[in-house]
Ligand binder design. Structure first.
Ligand code: ATP
Ligand code: MG
Length: 397
């Protein structure tokens, strides 16, 4: 085993808890990541001390999850979440345990954890505790449920998503029995909240193996959203630009026709991401823009040049079409500062109002007309020319 470097603040917290007669261990993700030689995102500690004790022992604490026995300890060197050893019982909604029992020992605490690689504990003096052979599974790079996978997924169907998410993030495979149980219990995922499903998929999309999202869908876990079987398009996924809207768009594109708008509603997308995805899907349905003027018109529909470049990369990855000419033209537009949005006009609503136009639809029409003019001829974008153009327009309309 590589030397296990416990950060000072975590070692001090463990020592302080044990100094008053309780036990404490590092647990979960930090043990897994350290053994893999990755930097852990946070340091979680499991302890026999009840939350009230933890709040007594340390000067600065935040009761971040008192109901579940979790207290965040704040130290100079960093924070750690300290959770009382517990077991869980009586799952009634396929998600939250209806009852949490604090228990006396670390082994029971480890046994309620989801996957063997997440069910190891480490103690600075006593070393690694690994009752479910998580280390062997780390070496073999597999995600395996602790105990009977079907029962574990019945208890909490979120674990089905987590299995594929960890596989994606760690570059692991889902172990065969665990994978079979995921397929058997896939329909239970429809009980999980949209936010959580989105958040797990976000993490899969942004991982090294975004194509795990397709493996997850093929278990049937997302069938309730109408996402299940697709032709084999896995290979292009990792060549997609690294952006969430682009990757969600590709995902929906693989499953086309699917009702992306309705699905994003069920998954509680934020408005911004949803609009971005819908715009990308719409753009994928259109022909590539022919020439600079057409590109600027597409930009005026709400893409920034960077977003449009990402879109072009997305299109190229999905359809294999050549977008290099379009990208070059896009660069030229940017390099020359050619205007393509109302914001870039050398005139604003106030200037038009000064010509005697009342705020309202007419004002909007004039600005749109001016934008159209400068998209076609960038040299018109100075105040004098634009005012002249507006006056001409007012005479005719
Ligand atoms: P990450 O680096 O993504 O935070 P993590 O392993 O720390 O990975 P968390 O979701 O922060 O994952 O959970 C911390 C630990 O709690 C896990 O390692 C696992 O032992 C346990 N755990 C979390 N969620 C579940 C669950 N739904 N069922 C069982 N155990 C869970
Ligand atoms: Mg964590």
């Amino acid at each position: 085993m590589p030397p296990f470097n416990v950060p000072r603040h975590a070692a001090q917290i463990i020592a302080a808890i044990e100094a008053v007669g309780f036990e404490a261990y590092l647990v979960g993700g930090c043990v897994r990541d350290t053994l893999l030689g990755r930097a852990p995102s946070d340091w979680d500690i499991a302890s026999s001390a009840p939350p009230q004790e933890i709040m007594r022992i340390f000067k600065k604490t935040v009761p971040t999850g008192l109901k579940f026995g979790t207290v965040t300890v704040i130290c100079d060197g960093g924070n750690a979440e300290v959770t009382t050893f517990r077991s869980e019982a009586g799952y009634t909604d396929f998600r939250r345990p209806s009852e949490i029992r604090f228990c006396g020992d670390i082994k029971t605490d480890l046994s309620r954890r989801d996957f063997t690689v997440n069910a190891m504990a480490y103690h600075p003096a006593r070393g690694l505790l690994d009752p479910f052979s998580g280390r062997k599974d780390l070496e073999n790079r597999i995600v395996r449920a602790v105990g009977n996978p079907s029962l574990r997924f019945e208890e909490d169907a979120l674990r089905i998503l987590r299995a594929f998410r960890f596989a994606a993030q760690l570059g692991f495979e889902v172990e065969a029995e665990t994978g079979k149980a995921a397929r058997d219990k896939a329909c239970l995922v429809s009980n999980i909240s949209g936010e959580r499903i989105k958040s797990e998929l976000d993490r899969i999309f942004m991982s090294e193996r975004p194509e795990m999202s397709l493996a997850l869908a093929s278990t049937g876990a997302l069938s309730y959203l109408g996402l299940e079987k697709i032709a084999d398009e896995k290979n292009c996924f990792r060549f997609l630009p690294l952006g969430l809207p682009e990757r969600w768009t590709a995902f929906f594109y693989f499953y086309r026709p699917c009702n992306a708008k309705a699905i994003m509603g069920k998954l509680h997308f934020d408005v911004q991401t949803r609009e971005n995805v819908l715009r990308l899907l719409f753009e994928l349905e259109r022909d590539l823009p022919a020439g600079a003027i057409e590109i600027k018109k597409r930009l005026s529909s709400g893409f920034t040049p960077d977003q449009y470049k990402m879109y072009l990369e997305l299109r190229s990855a999905l359809t294999g079409c050549d977008v290099s000419d379009t990208i070059h033209t896009l660069f030229d537009i940017e390099k020359h500062g050619e205007p393509y949005s109302l914001k870039m006009l050398e005139i604003n609503g106030g200037d038009i109002i000064n010509l005697g136009v009342k705020p309202g639809p007419m004002l909007g029409n004039i600005l749109e007309m001016l934008l159209d003019a400068v998209i076609n001829a960038p040299s018109l974008n100075d105040k004098m020319s634009l005012i002249d153009l507006a006056k001409q327009y007012l005479r005719v309309n």
